[in-house]
Write a protein that binds this ligand. Structure first.
Ligand code: SF4
Ligand code: SF4
Length: 377
């Protein structure tokens, strides 16, 4: 039976409404080449995408970015998602939404909010986001989320600057009334790979943080769900990236290109199709980019003969490319990969030196000004 006939619909779609963002996190998963506002899908185009997503059988949409709230049509898109029967989650930096706008989103049918957090320490948070006063704004936003009655997840991105405060970040999430906290080490794609040396903790720091997360899980059982994502560079088996290429998720860029994962555009030779030119269901089922690494037929050894091949699906194609130069190689996070020792050596070298300055995530200065004007206007 062909892959197309046995293919299930994706569970969720990540909609990158825009790459504009007032923050400049050095681990941002957006591509180094950020898309400009003028190329973004229009309101009508995003509404059509939501309808197509629903028809395809997608259950959940994540409104993401950049900062999705810089789009003035966000309440209309949320309302349209609700009308289309989609569960909607807003992934936000929390610095641009005041209580009235948040209330409007809740009234439009928003189901859930996911707030990113740089640190509990205000000074370090401002340094990481390159945004003075960021933590105060996030705390106010988190309280507003709970006041309007929306469920909240805190997403804490761990790196060498905040790793000693992992427990305090979990406790902060509890005190803010979050139902879930994702403690995720920075994943080294996009801007994070550019900032690898500035972000990478040592193995000893990761081990200590892991112990603290496990202890917090015991201590806070029944109060909050704690998800923990280890850094691949210190792992022995890769994660099932996106639940497997083209199996559960799709990602749509601001201009409408449909990707199997947010970093897939780094892979040369793949052509990504746009919702502007082809129906979403057709892209999901038949486009070359989704078919290339779907399933297990593409796998080389040792993945091909490995009993874990339908557990981790060979790991991450973008990481294989970034480290080995070959997107079809076994993910070097796997101990069976011939590049595994080289990956660990990169982490050890990066984390043993004093951290260099961040290369902040930036559009051109002109675009950054436009993003802020839209935000505050
Ligand atoms: S990671 Fe930071 S810079 Fe990137 S979109 Fe999120 S808040 Fe903005
Ligand atoms: S060899 Fe491939 S399938 Fe097996 S554990 Fe490693 S990455 Fe996973």
């Amino acid at each position: 039976m062909s892959a197309v006939r046995t293919l299930s619909p994706p569970l969720a779609a990540l909609l990158e409404l825009t790459h504009r963002c007032p923050l400049q996190c050095p681990y941002c998963s957006n591509p180094l080449e950020l898309e400009r506002a003028k190329g973004e899908l229009s309101t009508a185009e995003w509404m059509r995408v939501l309808d197509e997503a629903s028809e395809l059988g997608i259950l959940q949409v994540h409104f993401s970015g950049g900062e999705p709230a810089v789009r003035r049509d966000l309440p209309d898109l949320v309302a349209h998602a609700r009308k289309a029967g989609l569960y909607s989650n807003l992934i936000t930096s929390g610095v641009t939404l005041d209580q009235p706008r948040l209330t409007k989103l809740a009234e439009a049918g928003l189901d859930h909010v996911q707030l990113s957090m740089q640190d509990v320490d205000h000074q370090t948070a401002a340094y990481i986001a390159n945004y003075p006063g960021v933590q105060g704004k996030k705390l106010a936003f988190a309280r507003a989320v709970r006041e309007v009655g929306l469920p909240l997840t805190i997403n804490a991105v761990i790196n060498r600057h905040n790793i000693t405060r992992v427990e305090r970040m979990i406790d902060l999430a509890v005190s803010l009334g979050a139902g879930r906290v994702e403690v995720a080490h920075a994943q080294y794609y996009g801007w994070a790979i550019r900032n690898r040396a500035a972000l990478m903790p040592t193995l000893a720091q990761v081990q200590e943080a892991t112990g603290r997360v496990e202890a917090a899980r015991e201590r806070l059982r029944g109060q909050i769900v704690i998800d923990y994502v280890l850094p691949d560079y210190y792992a022995r088996q890769p994660k099932a990236c996106m639940g497997g290429w083209g199996r559960q998720f799709l990602n749509i860029t601001p201009s409408g290109e449909v990707l199997p994962c947010h970093a897939a555009q780094t892979i040369p030779g793949l052509t990504f199709e746009s919702v502007r030119h082809r129906p979403l269901a057709d892209i999901w089922a038949r486009s070359e980019a989704f078919e290339t690494f779907r399933g297990t037929d593409w796998m080389p050894e040792p993945c091909r003969g490995c009993d874990q091949r339908e557990v981790d699906w060979g790991g991450c194609r973008c990481q294989a490319l970034a480290i080995t130069g070959n997107a079809a190689a076994t993910d070097p996070a796997c101990a069976l990969s011939s590049a595994h020792d080289a990956l660990r050596a990169l982490a050890d070298t990066a984390s043993s030196e004093p951290p260099p300055d961040f290369v902040y995530r930036r559009m051109s200065p002109q675009d950054s000004k436009a993003a802020l004007a839209t935000t505050t206007g």
